[in-house]
Design a protein around this ligand. Structure first.
Ligand code: GRF
Length: 206
């Protein structure tokens, strides 16, 4: 199995996408290995999930801001990812916006998953935005990260229906199910170097 492609996974929450990605690496569906897991939240489930699996996992204090990393924290994240020789930075529920130096350090090599069909419903609680808007179909999007919020070139999307009796909870559960299929598929394609970016479009070579 070729698993020389190295993933650095960043998350602030439960880590269910991390688990899906890890399992896909272990089964060979993604030809890569998880080199490092980082979080800005000391008690985040994603760190516990990684440590349970004996993976390198580290909490890095985010600094003084609420929605982004401060300069020292940004440097610490970038250094840790460089030391771990990470090829792709995978955001899996990382709740801070990445800025200049971080984006420059890993230009074109950062991906994110968002729980809506972008460009609809960027930002927080996207499933709730979808319910409030009354859409009949929503889903999830994997995209490259650029300086915008939930704005970079789209790698893949998966739809889920919105049912008449959905609550925010039932809808996000369904979206999570789709995320756990879509994210491994997209990361596998990148690790196999089967994608290329042409302007805003991500082309999948067959
Ligand atoms: C996912 O819904 C993802 O779309 C969003 O954050 C959530 C992370 O969930 N960016 P988990 O920590 O992977 O369970």
């Amino acid at each position: 199995m070729n698993n020389s492609f190295r993933l650095g996974i960043l998350g602030s929450g439960k880590g269910s996408n991390f688990v899906a990605l890890t399992e896909a690496c272990a089964s060979g569906k993604i030809p890569a290995r998880v080199a490092l897991v980082l979080s800005d939240v000391e008690g985040a489930g994603i760190l516990a999930q990684a440590r349970d699996r004996k993976m390198a996992a580290q909490y890095i204090p985010p600094g003084k801001f609420r929605t982004k990393l401060d300069e020292d924290a940004e440097q610490a994240f970038v250094s840790a990812l460089r030391e771990a020789r990470v090829d792709l930075v995978v955001l899996a529920g990382f709740m801070r916006v990445l800025k200049g130096d971080f984006l420059r350090a890993f230009e074109g090599r950062i991906v994110n998953i968002h729980p809506s069909l972008l460009p609809s419903f960027p930002g927080l609680a996207a499933w709730k935005q979808a319910l409030d808007h009354g859409v009949k179909v929503t889903g999830c999007t994997v995209h490259f990260v650029d300086a915008g919020v939930d704005a970079g070139p789209i790698i893949g999307q998966q739809t889920v229906p919105v049912l008449d009796n959905d609550t925010p909870d039932s809808l996000i559960q369904r979206i999570h199910g789709a995320e756990h299929e879509l994210y491994p598929r997209c990361v596998a394609a990148i690790a196999r170097r089967e994608t290329s970016v042409v302007g805003r479009r991500v082309i999948w070579k067959s």
